[in-house]
Design a protein around this ligand. Sequence first.
Ligand SMILES: Nc1nc2c(c(=O)[nH]1)N=C([C@H](O)[C@H](O)COP(=O)(O)OP(=O)(O)OP(=O)(O)O)CN2
Length: 136
Amino acid sequence: MRVTVSRKAHFNAAHRLYRKDWSMEKNQDVFGKCNNPNFHGHNYELIVSVTGVVDKETGYVIDTKILSDLIKEHIEEAFDHKNLNEDVLEFKDLNPTAEHIAYVIWNKLRVLIDVDKELEITLYETPRNFVTYKGL
Ligand SMILES: Nc1nc2c(c(=O)[nH]1)N=C([C@H](O)[C@H](O)COP(=O)(O)OP(=O)(O)OP(=O)(O)O)CN2
């Protein structure tokens, strides 16, 4: 029996969407108010989902306490109350769009979760804008 187990988390972070190799005018055309050079913030809501076989002895796919601790240590510690462009190494040369943030989170957690389990990241940048990434 395969089941998906999900854990919600959140972090607050600032960012600016822009490309260093584009002019201010082009960045403004493409990214609009998200290109504010003084940055802006979001209350990100994160859903981490792990799919796998339910262990016959424990009845777990993954212990939600373990999942919660992984998210706290590797995602919240790294992103919460940070300026993603300036404080987080992964975004030094990667525009911190919701798509890219979900991709970075997936890669950070993928190596920490058993390979026989599937991992899916859903990231809400605003209550109405969200992305989903499950590798590839
Ligand atoms: N594909 C993407 N599009 C946009 C991203 C993104 O990461 N990926 N990001 C932004 C902005 O950073 C931001 O999310 C937009 O904020 P805002 O317009 O305030 O958000 P809402 O659409 O929820 O607000 P409304 O009140 O509904 O306008 C833009 N695009």
